[in-house]
Design a protein around this ligand. Structure first.
Ligand code: HAM
Length: 423
């Protein structure tokens, strides 16, 4: 029987994994700059957590969750996203009591959604995200957006577009919701079953239905910005002026509603505008979620955050034909000929590594020529050659792969010489 990686998942092989490490390092660096600290929550949570927060009329909850009953008969779900778990932890660990507010957190880890597989859409993907919980200062909305943009810029992306909208506060949303119900109700029979059940429960979700996307009533639906009350408009204006102060360009898209229920006020997405990018162009999504903490039994703790998948970031880099310059390479490759030389070579190898030199040697009993080829393939800067003569004389031939020069160095002096050359 042949086993395959499950549909919608992928193995990250060494040719790619170093790029993942570069991206993760950039994220960690930037979080440190912005003083966001890492949180790690479990891969699975009680199913109820996502029903309550992401929302039971969303595609994520209705169609995409990996839900299972554990041996204790509890319903558990592989996390489809990171915000609900982080806020759950914020409440459970009483982080609202920390002297240091807002609590600024980041995470990076696998998320699971049973989606139709296509380019940029996986069933297991890695989200990097941040959550700033405890403040409703519009400046922190701009900070969070700026952090996301910074990650992409530092990774080398330039074909980016930031799209912004406001979903308003509870009062604005109720007004909009009523208008939506009135708009769709007379023709709801023409919509899919999901939309029919969404009409009363959550009409906003009709707007991001993938089935009825082209129905004429979609384009003429009441637009959210027309229903924003004065405080919501004011808040949105402030967020925009903070973004302008930070020199961050944006476009307003009144149709941006996001696919999760916990949002209000600021909603944003960052898209790739690169021609080479596939059909799904959203790299990052986020927004404000005042009220989410209360929804799961916590105190009033307004929050904002975003998440981006590393998969899509790397796809965007490919689309822009960019990569990281610092692909890992070897400092030294040790080439040996004969049993005694192999022993000496191994001793040298270990000594070099102890001194922080990236070094490797042949373990396949290959001929000299093949070993030199390996050194080349690994892009070693220097090669140490040890054969019988070298063992007898207590020396090493040191070849500089950059300029092709070769010199004989005493075995006792080789490590020092190498370190000097690598400086
Ligand atoms: P989301 O829009 O569902 O938001 O996902 C955020 C990002 O995760 C997307 O923009 C995309 O980069 C990535 N993503 C989502 N689904 C997939 C998939 N199937 N394959 C690959 N990448 C995917 C959230 O998850 C919110 N928790 C974001 C947030 C944090 N809002 C506030 N705080």
């Amino acid at each position: 029987m042949n086993f395959k990686v499950p549909r919608g998942t992928q193995d990250i092989l060494p040719a790619q994994s170093w790029k993942w490490q570069r991206v993760e390092a950039i994220m960690r660096d930037i979080c440190e700059l912005y003083r966001y600290k890492e949180i790690r929550t479990p891969i699975f949570e009680q199913t109820e957590l996502f029903l309550r927060t992401v929302g039971d009329t969303t595609d994520i909850v209705q169609k995409e969750m990996y839900t299972f009953t554990d041996r204790g008969d509890r319903s558990m779900t592989l996390r489809p996203e990171g915000t609900a778990p982080v806020v759950r932890s914020f409440v459970e660990n009483k982080m609202f009591g920390y002297a240091d507010q807002p609590v600024k957190l980041y995470y990076s880890g696998p998320m699971f959604r049973y989606e139709r597989q296509q380019a940029g859409r996986y069933r297991q993907f890695v989200q990097f995200g941040v959550e700033a919980i405890g403040s409703d200062d519009p400046a922190i909305d701009a900070e969070v957006i700026s952090l996301a943009m910074e990650v992409y810029k530092r990774a080398g992306l330039s074909d980016l577009k930031l799209v912004l909208n406001s979903l308003g506060d509870a009062e604005s949303r109720t007004a909009h919701r009523e208008a939506l119900v009135a708009h769709f109700r007379p023709h709801i029979g023409e919509f899919c079953k999901d939309c029919q059940s969404r009409l009363e429960k959550n009409p906003l979700r009709i707007l991001d239905c993938k089935v009825d996307r082209d129905h004429p009533l979609m384009a003429s639906a009441p637009s959210l910005p027309d229903y924003l009350n004065v405080p919501s408009k004011l808040y949105f204006n402030q967020v925009q002026s903070f973004l302008e102060d930070a020199g961050i360009e944006y476009e307003i898209d009144p149709n941006l509603v996001r696919g999760l229920d916990y949002y209000n006020h600021t909603a944003f997405e960052i898209m790739s505008t690169s021609k080479g990018f596939g059909a799904i162009t959203t790299l990052c999504g986020g927004g404000r979620y005042n009220g989410l903490s209360e929804e799961i039994g916590g105190p009033n703790a307004p929050g904002i955050g975003f998440a981006m998948s590393i998969e899509r970031l790397l796809l965007a880099l490919d689309a822009e034909e960019k990569s990281f310059e610092d692909e890992p390479s070897l400092d030294v490759y040790v080439v040996t000929l004969g049993e005694e030389a192999h022993r000496k070579g191994f001793q040298l190898l270990q000594q070099l590594r102890k001194e922080g030199v990236k070094a490797d040697m042949d373990f396949m009993d290959r001929k000299m020529k093949a070993q030199m080829k390996s050194a080349d393939r690994h892009e070693a800067k220097l090669v140490c050659i040890i054969a019988e003569d070298e063992v007898a004389q207590g020396v090493v031939q040191l070849k500089n792969m950059g300029d092709g020069t070769q010199e004989q160095v005493a075995a006792t002096a080789i490590a020092g010489k190498i370190k000097e050359l690598l400086k």
